[in-house]
Design a protein around this ligand. Structure first.
Ligand SMILES: C[C@H](O)[C@H](O)[C@H]1CNC2=NC(N)=NC(=O)C2=N1
Length: 101
């Protein structure tokens, strides 16, 4: 096991920190770290996905996501750990950075 899942209380704590100052917060749904990003158009949405994908590939940690036009619904979990890990919070943080216009 290379990465461990976080406990419930650790997830709650990390979620509060992640959501500091965000107008659109991340939430827990189906045991995954979840957020729907909305952009001006498809190009901006796809630009976000491209930036996030390049970073994710470098980290070898990949999002589950679903894109329709200008929205990208993201669900983060660590399959290898069977839950949410620090890698998911790192990816969420990076997504916030690269989602800025
Ligand atoms: C071998 C490879 O690094 C693993 O399968 C990685 C790849 N990307 C991954 N991405 C996610 N989201 N969870 C994982 O457990 C995971 N494992």
């Amino acid at each position: 096991m290379e990465i461990e899942k976080l406990s419930g209380p650790d997830i709650d704590k990390a979620l509060v920190e992640l959501n500091q100052g965000l107008s659109e917060p991340w939430a827990l749904a189906d045991g995954k770290l979840t957020k729907t990003f909305r952009f001006r158009n498809f190009i901006d949405a796809f630009g976000f996905m491209t930036k996030a994908a390049i970073w994710a590939e470098k980290q070898r940690h990949h999002p589950e996501w679903f894109n329709v036009y200008n929205s990208v619904r993201v669900q983060l979990t660590t399959h290898d750990a069977g839950g949410i890990s620090e890698k998911d919070f790192a990816l969420a943080q990076k997504m916030e950075k690269v989602s800025a216009p």
